[in-house]
Design a protein around this ligand. Structure first.
Ligand SMILES: C[S@@+](CC[C@H](N)C(=O)[O-])C[C@H]1O[C@@H](n2cnc3c(N)ncnc32)[C@H](O)[C@@H]1O
Length: 281
């Protein structure tokens, strides 16, 4: 089985318990620090590789995992990434504008907010953050350049969004931070390729399980599973099928699974999680 987002190895540890000594687990993460933590927690029972799950099929086959019974993707950032101010993911603590999951990658949040033209920045914040104040936020960011810290970015957003329009349940900078982070890490691009890679290596009856934490991610997973569960993906007005597409997945969750109130109470960060699962045909 492949855990494409092994993080600190919480899921992986439970999977190892279930698959027993006969089972084999490959854990992948693009964060070097996470992988170190997973190594300590999981010991030699798991094979660990640093990489992006966009290369899932290649990483797996290089590690001797040509056919697998399960692929898990638990998307987004981990708690240690969020809680470490030095990683620059959080508007709650001051830190450098970094937001890279893979510390070797050249693109940082600082480069994005300081280098993109205002219109492109607005498009990014609107598209990836679903933020209606995107144009004004981009205008304020550009006016305040250079921005160096997470506090600088949060303050620009706070100044741009009129107080009366601040969301009630989240910090006003939440959506902007999400957008910049998703861009820095090309999260939707990785997801698309990772899902394809998973279908490639799953054996018949093998399962793909994806946990998403916001609507854009979940919509991408839902769309992918819907397309892959159909024999024909021609436009509906076309009388004869010409696409030759064959279903590769059978959806197991018509509606995504949500955490129970008890889970949310024990782990508040799970509150926006949506789990979708499908079986390889
Ligand atoms: C929500 S955490 C996973 C936590 C993990 N399931 C656990 O039990 O500890 C998400 C992890 O996925 C990693 N990640 C996110 N996108 C990735 C990608 N495209 N390729 C590899 N790892 C990725 C992050 O670095 C982070 O460690």
């Amino acid at each position: 089985m492949v855990d494409g987002t092994v993080g600190l190895g919480g899921h992986a540890r439970l999977v190892l318990e279930r698959i027993g000594p006969e089972g084999r687990l490959l854990g992948i993460d693009r964060d070097g620090a996470a992988l170190e933590a997973a190594r300590e927690r999981l010991g030699p029972a798991a094979l660990l590789r640093r990489g992006d799950f966009r290369d899932l099929a290649t990483i797996a086959s290089d590690a001797g995992f040509d056919r697998v019974d399960g692929v898990l993707l638990d998307l987004g950032v981990s708690s240690p990434q969020l809680d470490d101010p030095a990683r620059g993911f959080s508007f709650r603590q001051d830190g450098p504008l970094d937001m890279r999951m893979d510390q070797r990658s050249p693109l940082t949040a600082e480069r994005v907010v300081n280098a993109l033209p205002e219109r492109e920045l607005a498009r990014l914040i609107r598209g990836l953050g679903e933020e209606r104040w995107a144009a004004r936020i981009a205008e304020f960011v550009v006016r305040r350049r250079p921005l160096r810290t997470t506090r600088d970015l949060a303050a620009a957003v706070e100044a741009a969004v009129p107080r009366a329009a601040w969301p009630r349940d989240i910090h006003p900078a939440t959506r902007t931070f999400q957008a910049v982070r998703m861009h820095v890490n090309d999260e939707l691009g990785s997801l698309d390729l990772g899902l394809r890679g998973a279908v490639e290596i799953l054996s018949e009856g093998g399962r793909l399980v994806v946990i998403a934490f916001h609507s854009l991610e979940d919509a991408a997973v839902k769309r992918f599973m819907a397309t892959e569960s159909r024999d024909c993906v021609c436009p509906p007005q076309q009388p004869v099928c010409t696409c030759g597409h064959r279903a590769t997945l059978r959806i197991l969750t018509r509606k995504p699974l949500r955490p129970t109130p008890d889970e949310v109470a024990a782990n508040p960060r799970s509150r926006s999680a949506r789990l979708r699962a499908a079986e390889r045909t």
